[in-house]
Ligand binder design. Structure first.
Ligand code: NDP
Length: 316
């Protein structure tokens, strides 16, 4: 039989939203239990310096920021555990969340802060060369491409950030952008355009990869579908995806409203989902802003909501 544990406040996910929720819930005596999930510390652990989190005039390393948030949550009594939520039953309180397919947590309130995961193009070659030249995390894998040639796919802030990071290691970075312009913020665009190691290939799509025992190049198409379409092979050693993210909401879809991409829908301006006592915070519920600071703010709101919800019931 599965082990069952009852908790007042269960927080799923360990990004800025989850840890901020844990700080507030801990200080409100909700004895929060937080499961860290697949990527402890969340997406910021795979970024370089975070320059826009208020309070750090010189910027802060993403991993360091998450370690600090974790330590702050622990200081206020959050019970931080390794484990992945693998199933959910939100049909009635207490809500049941299965951890690692083997343990059930029964929770009076649940704060879902499971974040989002990097998207892939969907090319069979991405799977074929996984770990052999294909990556969705420059800071995790960039080290392997020192003095080599890499391509980054995408035209947003993530792609630009990854390209700049990789340009400090690799001898050459191609940025493959499907549109004739970058979507990234002006400051990131400037950094990319002015970097001597980065060449932006606008109106380019990657349609495949080739190589004997690892990536040796990408099959690319310039101006796909146009009269002057051109197909050619681009020799590269590494292929980095930076085309956005997919919210980690799958196990909740039976019970909560999701948009067409999978973002959890909440009451506007609040982390309240349509199930009372269940809140969604951070990137899993935010298709608009997706910033560390907005995630942290929504985690704070979720914990305050959880505290209000519990004090209105007889659980506490
Ligand atoms: P975005 O959704 O902003 O950008 C995704 C990029 O990938 C777009 O250029 C998009 O092209 C491209 N793309 C999507 N699908 C494909 C495909 N199938 N083939 C080719 N290209 C594709 O995602 P980001 O992850 O860059 O950013 C998410 C949010 O996080 C943004 O709000 C961003 O500002 C923020 N952010 C902020 C940072 C910072 O401030 N330090 C760092 C990183 C992210 P198209 O434009 O044609 O749709």
């Amino acid at each position: 039989m599965k082990e069952i544990e009852r908790v007042k406040c269960l927080i799923i996910g360990s990004g800025p939203a989850g840890f901020t929720a844990a700080i507030y819930a801990g200080r409100a005596n909700l004895d929060p239990v937080l499961y860290e999930g697949l990527q402890p510390g969340g997406q910021l652990t795979t970024t370089t310096d975070v320059e826009n989190f208020p309070g750090y005039p010189q910027g802060v390393n993403g991993e360091q920021l998450m370690e600090d948030l974790r330590a702050q949550a622990a200081r206020f009594g959050a019970d931080i555990r390794m484990g992945i939520a693998t199933a959910a039953d939100l049909s009635g309180a207490p809500y049941k969340i299965t951890i690692d397919e083997e343990k059930t947590i029964e929770a009076d309130t649940v704060i879902i802060s499971t974040g989002a995961a990097a998207k892939y193009l969907g090319l069979p070659d991405e799977k074929k060369y996984a770990g052999m030249g294909v990556s969705a995390c420059a800071t995790c894998d960039g080290f392997f491409y020192r003095k080599k040639v890499v391509a980054v796919v995408g035209g947003g802030d993530t792609a630009c950030e990854e390209a700049v990071y990789l340009a400090g290691l690799a001898s050459k970075v191609y940025l493959l952008v499907r549109k004739p312009f970058l979507r990234a913020s002006k400051i990131m665009q400037e950094r990319v355009m002015s970097h001597k190691n980065i060449e932006v290939l606008f109106e380019h799509n990657a349609v495949g990869l080739y190589g004997e025992s690892g990536v040796e190049g990408a099959h690319v198409v310039k101006r796909m579908g146009e009269a002057d379409e051109r197909r050619y092979d681009l020799p590269i050693d590494g292929f980095f995806l930076a085309i956005g993210h997919q919210p980690n909401s799958d196990i909740f879809k039976e019970y909560l409203d999701l948009d067409e991409v999978g973002y959890i829908q909440t009451e506007p301006g609040t982390p309240r989902t349509k199930v009372e006592g269940v809140f969604a915070a951070g990137d899993v519920a935010d298709s608009q802003y997706r910033q560390a600071i907005t995630a942290a703010a929504s985690g704070c709101k979720a914990a305050i909501e959880a505290e209000r919800y519990l004090s209105g019931k007889s659980f506490m």
